[in-house]
Ligand binder design. Structure first.
Ligand code: GCW
Length: 670
């Protein structure tokens, strides 16, 4: 049933009859090869899609040489496409072409690529065009991904629990693998391929060494077999001391020959089962995870150990730069840059450094991470969270497209004006929000974040608004009367959450541990940086973390132009004000209000924005099926209650510190 959300954005609901007829006459007969698994996946998807959209079975595949035709293939698999070989090559290994043209007397629509996987991507693109009612008469689309690595990171444990997962249990049923090939695994692969995701790390970065044990490798190999036709490679998170925990060695020192042999053998063992295994993702020397520093070695030494084991097989190491050591530096935000920037050029060619979007930890808003642009000799991936650990979990409607877009477009100034973060990237990693929940993502709107991640990883220059419009049309209805209000809600939703949680550059005010709900008062924990007061620094004189030269000087980690702007109270963008500055409560803001009044106003604004979403959604009653309408409406009620809670608790706490009266018209929190 489409209404339960299981079909995601691949609903293929019947098109309005005249539109369906229009497409039917243009598409005609399907001519599609079916010799390989990927070719069959493309053909099956097309059949499923056209069958649903056009309300009848497409004309039987065949080779009759009359009438319009929809022709799928590569130069190898299709004689009609063979002449395009050179053109297709310029689109790369994963690119594709959609083109309406004439071949002899025939109108044909070509879905053509150098490799089968490009054809599958092209089929998904074509289906998206049909679902959104696009014109196809003069279709001429050329697409290739801008980023090589487009990877989901599952924080799934072997016992089925998903760390920071709000959508049920892990999809991977380790208990019944490898025998039981749940069809849901294939639906997962289809969804990913439909947005161009080409890799998945199956297990949590807080890794269990057992995931490399032979019985788990067998299970992973089955998943890899199921994902392969969809262009998705399997990766594993590895625990750095696996040679000890799994191999029985007495060290995991990266320079120890026995350890090096152990990893070489382990890699060979994996590739014997998974010939296209993607490689390893590693969290080392962070939050208690073992790593090379335990042996007095560097991150580069650690990464090289694994990279050398994988290199003969073509695998990569995604080494995380998220390092939270136990000895808290004066400013937590500076640690990754300090540990890694000096290692630029020291990594093997098959190492990619995986850097979170911001220097702290997936906050509602952070400045871009200072490592972007600062390591020109090291391929970097940007890691974003799709699961909303700090953004209200699965119940709050927060569309993350604008967050991703904001950081991708941020100008690092590393090589002059216009050096965007996106230009510094070789890939993107998204911490998955997927689980066994019937909706996959814990709510209908959280599916949009998975979707937007894939679309932006394919091409970071796309706009979050356009992606939202596509998603809304695919998921609910292509009727502009439905799409426009939904896009309006989505596009404002992230700023709403910033307002009711952490306005003006505040960060990490969440309750400790679970990170759901406000906790700006949290103090006296075991580690200074596990407390909110560490981050907001509110006192009688003002609020904010001074990261200028007079404070922690974290601002100096950015290139000079950026550092100058962020470090200047008069020029720092208001959304980052309290990230970089400790500001007096009576400071005059651009709005003319004092900082204190502005802060309260933003909190209240966030609550009103949620009420606005409720109004918009109420207006869609009857235009969205009752089941999904009711769930979204219920979740918005939860969100409103919690936004109010955030606002009241935060304002009350900060008022206890600022000693200022509430501005006129702002009711005192109960
Ligand atoms: O955001 C923090 C989370 C941890 C997570 C860690 C990381 C997987 O609270 O749950 O651990 O980041 O990214 O390694």
């Amino acid at each position: 049933r489409a209404e339960d959300g299981y079909a995601l954005w691949m609903r293929y609901a019947p098109l309005e009859p005249t539109l369906a007829a229009h497409y039917r006459t243009r598409l005609g007969q399907v001519v599609a090869p079916d010799q390989t698994a990927t070719q069959r996946a493309a053909r099956d998807e097309l059949e499923r899609g056209l069958g649903g959209l056009l309300g009848s079975d497409p004309q039987a595949p065949g080779t009759a040489a009359i009438g319009p035709a929809l022709v799928l293939g590569t130069p190898q698999s299709s004689a009609l496409i063979a002449p395009l070989r050179a053109q297709l090559q310029s689109l790369g290994e994963e690119g594709y072409l959609l083109k309406r043209t004439r071949v002899g007397e025939r109108d044909v629509l070509l879905v053509a690529a150098s490799r089968d996987i490009g054809v599958l991507y092209g089929v998904f693109h074509l289906l998206r065009l049909l679902q959104t009612g696009a014109r196809i008469d003069a279709l001429d689309v050329r697409q290739s991904p801008r980023l090589r690595l487009r990877v989901l990171n599952h924080w799934d444990n072997l016992d089925g629990y998903v760390e920071r997962g709000y959508a049920g249990q892990s999809l991977w049923d380790w208990q019944t693998l490898p025998e039981w090939r749940d069809p849901r695994y294939t639906d997962y692969a289809r969804a990913n391929a439909s947005v161009g995701i080409n890799g998945t790390v199956l297990n949590n970065v807080n890794a269990n060494a057992q995931s490399l044990a032979p019985q788990y490798l067998d299970k992973a190999a089955t998943l890899a077999d199921l994902f392969r036709p969809y262009g998705i490679r399997v990766y594993l998170s590895t625990r750095f001391n696996a040679p000890i925990e799994l191999g029985g060695l007495d060290t995991a020192d990266p320079l120890d020959p026995g350890v090096q042999r152990w990893w070489r053998d382990k890699a060979a063992e994996i590739y014997a089962r998974i010939p296209d295994f993607g490689g390893f993702l590693v969290k080392a020397n962070s939050e208690g995870q073992p790593g090379p520093q335990d042996y007095g070695r560097s991150h580069a030494d650690g990464a090289s150990l694994l990279a050398d084991a994988l290199a003969p097989h073509g695998g990569v190491v995604m080494w995380r730069a998220f390092v939270y050591a136990h000895d808290v530096p004066a400013d937590r935000a500076t640690q990754a840059y300090s540990e890694f920037v000096g290692l630029d050029g020291a990594f093997r060619p098959n190492v990619v450094l995986q850097v979170k979007n911001g220097p702290i930890d997936f906050q509602p808003r952070e400045p871009f991470h200072p490592l972007f642009g600062a390591m020109p000799r090291t391929p970097l991936m940007m890691e974003v969270q799709i699961t909303k650990e700090y953004l209200g979990f699965a119940t709050h409607l927060v569309y993350l497209g604008p967050l991703y877009e904001e950081v991708l477009r941020a100008d690092t100034r590393a090589r002059g004006k216009g050096s965007t973060v996106a230009q510094a990237l070789a890939g993107m990693a998204g911490v998955a929000n997927i689980g066994t929940d019937r909706t996959w993502s814990g709510s209908h709107f959280d599916q949009a974040n998975w979707y937007a991640f894939g679309r932006l990883a394919w091409d970071p220059r796309q706009s979050a608004g356009d992606i939202a419009a596509d998603w809304a049309a695919l998921t609910f209805s292509a009727d502009p009367g439905v799409v426009q209000p939904i896009v309006g809600m989505m596009m404002a939703s992230r700023e709403a959450a910033v307002n009711y949680m952490t306005p003006l550059g505040l960060h990490h005010l969440m309750a400790r541990g679970h990170h759901h709900g406000p906790g700006p008062w949290v103090d006296g924990g075991p580690r200074a940086d596990w407390t909110s007061v560490y981050y907001h620094r509110a006192d009688h004189s003002g609020i904010g973390f001074d990261r200028t030269a007079g404070g922690s000087n974290a601002v100096a980690q950015y290139s000079p132009d950026v550092a100058e702007q962020y470090g200047d109270l008069a020029r720092v963008p208001a959304p980052l004000l309290l990230w970089f500055h400790h500001v007096p409560w009576d400071h005059r803001m651009a709005s003319g209000r004092t900082l204190w009044d502005e802060l309260v106003a933003r909190y209240s604004q966030g609550v009103r924005q949620v009420q606005g979403m409720q109004c918009t959604w109420a207006g869609l009653q009857g235009r969205v099926d009752a089941q999904r309408h009711a769930q979204v409406a219920a979740f918005l009620r939860i969100q409103l209650r919690e936004a109010q809670w955030w606002r009241d608790a935060s304002v009350a706490y900060f008022q206890s510190v600022s000693g200022r009266p509430l501005p006129a018209g702002e009711a005192a929190p109960p």
